[in-house]
Design a protein around this ligand. Structure first.
Ligand code: 3H9
Length: 676
């Protein structure tokens, strides 16, 4: 074996040259990897009969090195490496394990043949980074899997497994066992049979039609996905490139791809989506955690409360094979909760996500009880009862008495003081907040609330558990509403003022949905129920919300709220709500005026950013990007806008926001003026 450089080796197995990339963690196409590949292909001696390209470590090349984007180009160019492969004098065989993604697949598509192991995955996920495959992927992939399949792959970013890849002709063989050995054997076969140097670029026979015959397919695809692609620039650019692959010769199609790629790469959406990629990974890191704070094993989970939250939380664990015991106070509540879980699973099975046997397997892991004592052997107990401090304290006091030593006691509280809850036990080091978002089996965010006395291992375990159940955990300190709801509160307060000053609830909602949120604050209030935390006995008509509830407006649940809802849940602004708001404003002497969309947007979003900055001031979030992750995954902030803190920094402008907030009379965080 001879080293071409620190990350690429060249060795020989008889007459077969083997080029090995070894650049942890994911063999991304950094300048070093490109230089190494360039050097290796040049160094292959004339007597080699074939070349195998393979990677060490956990995966084949997982793409371009995203951390190099936007920096001055260095090293060999990717097209030069691809040319060297495609135009090699002898067959080049890519041997794929793990994930051949993005630039990795684009490199593999320049080989003449591809062999994958049984677990290998092949995809072009650039769209998730607000990009398109910029190294020929949009021109080569449709020439091998057909325009329709390629269109689905580049616009969804979803990878293909080895079996479908073999069926589609994307790979030539699935290797059983030793990939290196199988790839070398395959290379020998290619040589022995004198197979041709197949260049994907030269074969247009699999595209599936020409521009005219495929036009309806493209039109249907755009129409079917209009909602999913709304607001995003990258999907349409990807579609245009696949159209170009169908309509134009290869080299011309490459020019379209290049132009579209550069447009996206220079735009704010891709910068935002790349930020989110790294932000997601940064969120998993807990600053200052001692090295010995390894996660504790969690083999059995208890959940207190079988309501919407408790049921959803339980499903997360049942789905990954962890047994759950749910405890309720009444049998009917248990039965109802279990029935909802079963129904959810059955609905997924009906949609083909898994089999009915799997439904039974998951349900089989669920047990129920009316007695907290049945949680005594759980490693993790999550309390998911309603937001009432006295009740939570009582429960935690009981858990302290019955849970096994070392068990983690978690609260799903969305606002309350985790330290106060912890103080009702003699083991505050075992208490942590695990705040799930509704529907808890679907939403990816998990706020992990670190109490003043939560032990490092308990914190690490809560984060590891989150990862295991497919969540993105973000650590928050103890403050009212933690990261997400605290900022939501700032937005809601201003939205409430706006409707008294003259904006209509539907205007506020429209401005925010146009911005990219799936729903606005008043649609959200209607969905949650206007009467959450409201009681007829104590209501004094002091707020608009009190008056709406007093008038029998409860939100979507009774078809009346800020909007009226018909049976199909179509909404129209409610004249009753509008009258109540107008009367309230008149009574308070508020002069109503026309409020334009820009003011609505600024007043809803700027105070949120300010609150985010204060959260950083107080050390309640570890980093600004964590706040972005909370808002994208828990509250529907559009991913192409990178989260509130990214948006403030790179779009709206921190200093602009600070100045506007000062004009509005807000107390402005210093960080907002000077940087996070
Ligand atoms: C592209 O290819 C454009 C082309 O068309 C060419 C145009 C000219 N670059 O996710 P993990 C880091 S665009 C740099 O935790 P896993 C990651 O940040 C690219 N770094 O592991 C993390 O670092 P840290 C298209 C990267 O096992 C570490 O590796 N490709 C890259 O759960 C481990 O990552 C993609 O979009 C990268 N490309 O998942 C694939 N990838 O430890 C993106 C990862 O410091 N990557 N890192 O936090 C993935 O989807 C997953 O990382 C993968 C492994 C599935 C590969």
């Amino acid at each position: 074996m001879s080293a071409i450089n620190a990350v690429v080796d060249l060795s020989f197995e008889g007459e077969i040259a083997v080029v090995t990339v070894d650049s942890p963690p994911v063999n991304a196409l950094s300048a070093d990897v490109r230089d190494g590949l360039d050097g290796a292909f040049k160094a292959v001696s004339a007597d080699a009969k074939a070349i195998v390209l393979i990677c060490a470590g956990r995966t084949f090349i997982a793409g371009a090195d995203i951390s190099e984007f936007g920096k001055a180009p260095r090293g060999a160019s990717l097209p030069a490496v691809q040319d060297a492969m495609e135009n090699a004098a002898v067959p080049v065989i890519a041997a794929v394990h793990g994930t051949a993604l993005g630039g990795g697949l684009e490199v593999a598509l320049c080989a003449h043949y591809r062999v994958g192991d049984a677990k290998a995955k092949f995809g072009l996920p650039e769209v998730k980074l607000g990009l398109l495959p910029g190294a020929g992927g949009t021109q080569r992939l449709p020439r091998i899997v057909g325009a329709k399949k390629a269109l689905e792959m580049v616009t969804s970013g979803t990878p293909m497994g080895a079996k479908p890849a073999l069926a589609a002709g994307l790979i030539d063989e699935i290797a059983d066992g030793d990939l290196r050995g199988a790839a070398i054997a395959f290379a020998r076969k290619v040589v022995a049979e004198g197979r041709p140097l197949k260049k994907v670029r030269d074969d247009s026979s699999k595209l599936g039609g020409d521009a005219a015959s495929l036009a309806p397919m493209f039109a249907d695809f755009r129409a079917a996905n209009a909602r999913a692609f709304k607001g995003f620039e990258a999907p349409e650019a990807n579609i245009k490139c696949i159209e170009a692959a169908v309509a134009l010769p290869f080299e011309e199609g490459m020019k379209v791809e290049r132009a579209e790629f550069l447009k996206l790469m220079g735009g704010l959406q891709s910068a935002a989506q790349r930020h989110v990629f790294f932000a997601e990974r940064a969120a998993a890191k807990i600053d200052g955690l001692p090295a010995d704070a390894t996660p504790l094993p969690v083999a059995k989970v208890g959940v207190i409360g079988a309501g919407t939250m408790g049921g959803g939380i339980s499903m997360n664990f049942l789905s990954v094979g962890i047994p759950v015991t749910i405890v309720e106070t009444k049998q009917e509540a248990l039965d109802r909760g279990v029935a909802v879980i079963r129904k959810n699973y059955e609905n997924s099975a009906k949609k083909g996500r898994f089999s009915m046997d799997e439904v039974e397997a998951r349900m089989g892991r669920l047990s129920t009880s009316l007695d907290l004592a049945d949680l005594a052997d759980c490693d993790l107990i999550i309390e998911a009862v309603f937001e009432n401090m006295a009740i939570k304290k009582e429960i935690f006091g009981k858990l302290d008495a019955l849970a096994k030593p070392g068990a983690i006691l978690a609260s799903n509280t969305s606002y309350l003081n985790v330290d106060e809850i912890a103080a009702s036990t003699a083991r505050p080091e075992s208490v942590v907040g695990m705040h799930f978002f509704s529907p808890a089996n679907v939403m990816r965010l998990l706020e992990v609330v670190r109490g003043a006395r939560t032990s490092p291992r308990v914190l690490a375990t809560a984060m590891a558990v989150g990862k295991n159940i497919g969540k993105i955990g973000v650590v928050s300190g103890v403050c009212h509403g933690f990261i997400g709801n605290r900022m939501l509160g700032a937005r809601q307060a201003e939205a409430n003022k706006l409707i008294l000053e003259g904006a209509r609830p539907a205007d506020v909602d429209r401005v925010l949905t146009d911005f990219g949120f799936p729903m606005g604050p008043f649609q959200m209030s209607d969905l949650a129920g206007l009467d959450i935390g409201w009681s007829a006995e104590t209501s004094k008509g002091e707020t608009v919300r009190d008056r709406l509830c007093e008038a029998g407006l409860r939100g979507q649940k009774n078809g009346k709220g800020f909007y009226d809802y018909d049976e199909a849940r179509n909404r129209t602004p409610s004249p009753v709500a509008e009258q109540i708001i107008n009367d309230y404003a008149a009574e308070k002497g508020i002069n109503r005026r026309d409020i334009d969309d820009q003011e609505i947007l600024e007043r809803c979003l700027y105070p949120m950013v300010n609150e985010g900055a204060k959260i950083l001031d107080e050390g309640m979030a570890q980093r600004a990007s964590d706040i972005d992750i909370v808002w994208i995954n828990g509250y529907g902030w559009p991913v192409y806008r990178g989260g509130p803190m990214f948006w403030a920094e790179h779009d709206a402008g921190r200093e602009n926001i600070a100045a506007a907030l000062e004009r509005m009379g807000f107390e402005v965080s210093q960080r907002l003026k000077t940087g996070w």
